[in-house]
Design a protein around this ligand. Structure first.
Ligand code: SAJ
Length: 406
């Protein structure tokens, strides 16, 4: 039996996937409300294919509880936030989960960390917890790191089809964990050591962050001299060895906007490109705000309460608002418009910010200037409703005449 600890965006799909592929699974989360929701037969966030997978896992007998279960294998998928002032990972949740596992697990158990951690976290924070109990890693307790790689919006597909990395202290443990993931994963699974696995995960997200920063910087250069950044990127990408990403209103989510800071925090003298790239991405919402003000001035729009931000999530077609560019923009200290701006998102049912709408038509009735912050399918399908509005399209998805771009 596998006890999956932490039933959030990664732990839940992983637990469901294992259960629906014949593995006996108990999912554990310290949040009693979340466990009750799951036990009532409901999923806790929106994701393509998740409800169907949930149905299959329930039929296969998955259980959800707030308790840690004595067993031989644990997968830990708890949050690993970062400390904004030191830019270092906060390993508290991982450390606490490992401590709770040690309270119940038999000798010989394996603990697999899936949470993203900064390189060296297992050595610095996890091994000492085990040693403090008088247990020997590699004998009494085995450790592995199997960083997740799935992209929100296409998690279920990627869980099955992506290649994976498993870091373990010994090839025997690595192969045993690989066999568990192979129950559902059709991708290649590479077995390596824990330190390497930790590093690869953070490097992958850093690579993407740097490439988005490059696109955002190009967008500012092109704006400065009135060039069309999208056309330039399109043509450059016809080169066989060039693949530039897209500029946007900022970088959100709990991964690309966070993980690269771990490297800056740990290697401040070395991680220069990474540091500058993260600063570029973090300042993109301010660039958007500047564009909004220019466009308001050009169009004689003086009333900020007639300006609407379309989209509150961190990206399209998900309900996750963590580090969302819209929230970043509203939180800019010198944003004197923030208190007046209207906000709408079809994926967000809770009121998270002031002046939030839950109906597209009502939102559009109340605004003259729409800023497309997120390219949800809904806005693409309703683009004609923006006719007659002033539009700042941060994603180059709107073909109405007179649309403004970043
Ligand atoms: N974005 C751009 N321009 C682009 C692509 C993305 O501005 O061309 C923005 C998005 O709008 C969003 C942010 O970047 O605000 C991040 O979105 P994303 O789609 O790039 O990535 P995430 O954060 O949803 O998922 C990433 C993925 N990592 C990589 O592709 C290397 C995923 O595979 C990881 O599993 C995930 O991080 C994670 O959990 O670490």
């Amino acid at each position: 039996m596998i006890n999956v600890i932490g039933l959030g965006y990664i732990g839940l799909p992983t637990a469901l996937m294992l259960a629906s592929h014949g593995v006996e699974v108990t999912g554990t989360d310290c949040n009693g409300d979340l466990v009750s929701t799951l036990n009532a037969g409901k999923t806790t966030f929106k994701e393509k294919g998740l409800d169907e997978l949930f149905g299959k896992a329930l039929a296969a007998g998955i259980r959800f509880t707030t308790e840690y279960i004595p067993t031989d294998t644990y997968i830990v998928s708890v949050p690993s936030p970062y400390d904004k002032s030191t830019k270092k990972v906060d390993p508290d949740y991982v450390v606490k989960a490992v401590g709770s596992i040690l309270n119940v697990c038999p000798k010989g158990a394996t603990i697999v960390i899936e949470s993203t951690v900064s390189p060296g976290t297992v050595d610095k924070y996890v091994r000492p917890v085990i040693a403090a109990r008088g247990l020997r890693t590699g004998e009494d307790i085995h450790l592995a790191h199997a960083p997740e790689r799935i992209i929100p919006g296409n998690m279920v597909y990627e869980l099955v089809n992506n290649n994976r990395t498993i870091g373990a202290d010994s090839p025997v443990v690595g192969e045993r964990i690989k066999a568990i993931y192979s129950s559902f994963c059709k991708g290649e699974i590479v077995v390596t050591d824990i330190r390497t696995a930790e590093m690869t995960k953070v490097v992958e997200n850093t690579f993407r962050a740097i490439n988005i920063a490059f696109a955002n910087e190009l967008c500012r250069i092109c704006r400065h001299d009135g060039m069309d950044v999208y056309e330039i990127i399109r043509i450059c990408n016809m080169h066989p060895r060039v693949n530039i990403l897209q500029p946007g209103p900022g970088v959100g989510g709990h991964c690309i906007s966070v993980d690269p800071w771990f490297l800056v925090g740990d290697y401040p003298q070395l991680a220069k490109v990474i540091d500058e790239s993260m600063k570029t991405n973090d300042s993109q919402p301010s660039f958007v705000l500047g564009r909004m003000k220019e466009i308001m001035a050009t169009n004689g729009l003086t009333d900020p309460s007639r300006v609407g931000l379309y989209g509150l999530t961190y990206k399209e077609n998900v309900d996750d608002c963590r580090e969302s560019p819209t929230i970043q923009l509203l939180d800019i200290p010198e944003n004197d418009l923030a208190g007046s701006l209207k906000v709408y998102d079809p994926f967000v049912s809770k009121d998270l910010v002031p002046n939030q709408y839950h109906d597209l038509d009502k939102f559009l009735e109340d605004v003259d200037f729409v800023v497309i912050m997120v390219k949800h399918d809904e806005i693409e399908a309703n683009m004609d409703k923006l006719t007659g509005k002033v539009v700042l399209d941060c994603h180059n998805i709107c073909s109405l005449p007179g649309v403004y771009h970043l």
